[in-house]
Design a binder for this molecule. Structure first.
Ligand SMILES: NC(=O)C1=CN([C@@H]2O[C@H](COP(=O)(O)OP(=O)(O)OC[C@H]3O[C@@H](n4cnc5c(N)ncnc54)[C@H](OP(=O)(O)O)[C@@H]3O)[C@@H](O)[C@H]2O)C=CC1
Ligand SMILES: N[C@@H](CC=O)C(=O)O
Length: 335
């Protein structure tokens, strides 16, 4: 009997998208053995051109952008590729939602499943888009959009299903953790640390989004929305910046052996959930204190369950790809 074909289209072929594309091709044998499906990457596009191949793209197709069709992007690419799953790894735009908004809308109106790596569509319009997904039967996974290799949504939604979450405090932006670590522990300048985060492929195209808490706030919105069903207005989240840290604070944290991080905080109050982004320092003895570089952390308090600290999921392009593939596996397991 022929295997069921699962058609995948990938929008956004930059540092993350191009790696995801290759990783999907490399996992095809595993997908067929584990899930009994033939996963084909049938379409891919960047900002200006795209390619659709009914039988599935090859590594050579991905590498040779000269063969891609100009203008074959966005919903035109999706219409032509007719995918069962859309993976969006395009840019963020916190005013418009970015191209990912059109792509997620296209998917959720058609019962097509989606895996979001970009954040701004869900951060701005997540409630509406997930309602559309529920109506059409499309499933949306967003590890990449929420904290990548730190499995925040999965942990809250699956492992703590049904729990009343009273507090979440989470270092969700690897770049901010990395920069603070470099400045506090290694004595780097802020500019040198930012340049290194960019060179490692983890900073946003404009690192201000990492440093000034926009990235953390967006991830917090996606986590609260997808795991707790609470959609917070992104612009209502008070944000502190890594750039507000003083030399005195740096010295004090260094002497105390503390780990500084920009964290998203979600507190359950009588009036509902309150969210903020704050710079915090964790002294020796705290489970997060020994973490280095872009390592993230999720601290959760849940009624009945107690407290958890999950440390890991350092931001690297490879870790983000691994998180996207996890989402693919979750989708395939449920097909
Ligand atoms: N880097 C990381 O560690 C992580 C990144 N993310 C998120 O993943 C996304 C991609 O990040 P990254 O790969 O690093 O960024 P890049 O800037 O390397 O890649 C962005 C890609 O999006 C493409 N693009 C721009 N506009 C469109 C459009 N309208 N339609 C389709 N594609 C478009 C660009 O195309 P072109 O090539 O033509 O310029 C480019 O290839 C971002 O949203 C980021 O926040 C999430 C988790 C971790
Ligand atoms: N800029 C982000 C990348 C992924 O979301 C980070 O530093 O974690």
């Amino acid at each position: 009997m022929a295997m069921r074909v699962v058609r995948v289209a990938l929008t956004g072929m930059g540092g993350i998208g191009s790696r995801v594309a290759v990783a999907l091709l490399e996992r095809r044998v595993r997908f067929s053995q584990r899930f009994g499906v033939d996963v084909r990457l049938v379409g891919a596009c960047g900002s200006a051109s795209g390619i659709v191949r009914e039988g599935g793209l090859t590594v050579a197709d991905l590498a040779d952008r000269g063969t891609w069709e100009p203008g074959m992007v966005g919903t035109a690419l999706l219409d032509r590729a007719d995918p069962d799953v859309v993976i969006d790894a395009g840019p963020n735009d916190y005013e418009t939602g970015g191209p990912g908004l059109d792509h997620l809308e296209w998917a959720t109106l058609r019962g097509v499943h989606a895996i979001m790596v970009s954040k701004s569509a869900l951060a701005l319009q997540g409630e509406r888009l997930l309602a559309a997904a529920r109506d059409s039967g499309s499933r949306v996974h967003a590890s990449g959009a929420s904290s990548a290799a730190l499995p925040a949504v999965d942990f809250l939604r699956t492992n703590l299903a049904g729990a009343v979450i009273t507090r979440v405090e989470a270092a969700l932006t690897g770049t901010s953790s990395f920069v603070l670590d470099e400045v506090v522990r290694s004595g780097s300048t802020l500019d040198a640390a930012i340049a290194e985060a960019t060179a490692r492929g983890i900073a946003e195209p404009d690192p201000a989004f990492d440093l000034d808490g926009r990235d953390t706030a967006a991830k917090l919105v996606v986590i609260a929305g997808m795991a707790l069903g609470v959609w917070l207005p992104l612009d209502g989240i008070r944000r502190e910046s890594v750039r507000s840290v003083t030399d005195e604070q740096v010295l004090a944290w260094r002497e105390a052996g503390a780990k500084a991080a920009l964290v998203g905080v979600l507190d359950r109050t009588a009036a509902g959930y309150e969210a903020s982004v704050e710079v915090r320092a964790y002294g020796p003895g705290h489970p997060y204190a020994a973490a280095r570089g872009s390592t993230k952390a999720l601290m959760v308090t849940a009624e009945g369950f107690g407290e958890y600290t999950l440390v890991g999921g350092a931001s690297t392009p490879e870790a983000t790809v691994a998180a996207v593939l996890k989402d693919v596996e979750h989708l395939l397991a449920g097909l």
